[in-house]
Write a protein that binds this ligand. Structure first.
Ligand SMILES: [Zn+2]
Length: 310
């Protein structure tokens, strides 16, 4: 079997790796996306990375893209962080230039696929993954197969409503999980608590506060940071309870930048699931943190590419 170039195409960075059939990243390359320069420039950056890693041979390329994505037809439908990418036939465009096999898929699905094949989810047959970052992505393995749904849009847990009176979400609905537990929501919640007079070390980093700062502050015992993470954990826990009640998966993997806050989010999250999920004790549900970190998408799309060839 040949090596495949796996590309993790994000709104900020494009990360790529030449991946062996055993799931080892042999070579790496990355570049900034600079989405503001437009679609054609970004596509040419993807091509440059693929050629660099393939040493200009015709190498097969898998691209994990921001959703919504129709993987079967290879089309991207204007992801919120890539303005102007309206129905882009990315697979066709890349194939034309590279002259090799190309496959594109939703990035959260590919993070899940990587964790399933090589990371925390190995050996499971029914698995749900959530990535907690600026956006909240999710993916689903059901009965030992990636489940993408009727249109390729399955497992949008970040846009299920957990509070109908919650804030407006960028998708247009109100009180989606992402609008209450995404990175922006955490930063806003911390700022509100500080503005209301609660003392916090985060007051220093007000304008550039990130979820990384919030995680670090929580570890130091900061009251605001801990409260914000605990509240997010409750919302994520509610969404997981609803999803597992429907799907009865055996494991839930939590990844993304916010998951690095460790027990400060995982504790309240698990407590919420145990309190809300029907038959919790009978299910033996495992809720664990992701293992592959930033490599999951690259490894996932490379392995998925191969699985589709077989
Ligand atoms: Zn939404």
């Amino acid at each position: 079997m040949r090596n495949v170039v796996g590309i993790d195409f994000g709104a900020t960075n494009i990360k790529a790796g030449l991946v062996s059939p055993q799931g080892v990243i042999l070579k790496r390359a990355r570049t900034e996306t600079i989405a503001s320069q437009g679609k054609d420039k970004v596509i040419s950056r993807i091509v440059t990375l693929a050629r660099k890693l393939g040493q200009n041979d015709k190498v097969d390329v898998g691209v994990a893209c921001p959703g919504p994505v129709d993987g079967k037809r290879g089309i991207l439908f204007e992801p919120p962080n890539l303005p102007g990418w309206k129905e882009v036939h990315l697979k066709k465009e890349l194939q034309k230039v590279l002259g090799s096999g190309v496959r594109i898929e939703n990035d959260a699905n590919m993070v899940l696929y990587g964790e399933w094949k090589f990371g925390a989810g190995q050996g499971t047959r029914n698995l749900l993954l959530l990535t907690l970052g600026t956006g909240i992505g999710s993916g689903l393995i059901l009965d030992g197969r990636l489940y993408t749904g009727a249109n390729g849009f399955a497992a949008e847990l970040g846009h299920t409503v957990v509070d109908p009176r919650g804030p407006q979400c960028r998708c247009g609905a109100r009180g989606c999980l992402e609008s209450l537990a995404g990175a922006q929501a955490l930063v806003s919640a911390a700022k509100r608590l500080i503005a209301s007079g609660v003392k916090s070390v985060l007051a220093r980093s007000r304008d550039e506060m990130t979820v990384r700062d919030i995680g670090a502050a929580a570890a130091m015992g900061d009251e605001v940071a801990r409260a914000v993470l605990a509240k997010a954990g409750v919302y994520v826990g509610l969404a997981i309870s609803n999803a597992v009640a429907l799907l009865d998966v055996e494991m839930v993997i939590i990844g993304g930048g916010i998951s690095r806050a460790g027990r400060f989010i995982m504790g309240p999250l698990k407590k919420t699931v145990s309190a809300n999920l029907i038959d919790f004790r009978l299910r033996k549900l495992k809720i664990v943190r992701s293992r592959l970190g930033d490599d999951a998408g690259i490894l996932g799309i490379a392995a998925y590419f191969r699985s589709q060839e077989a």
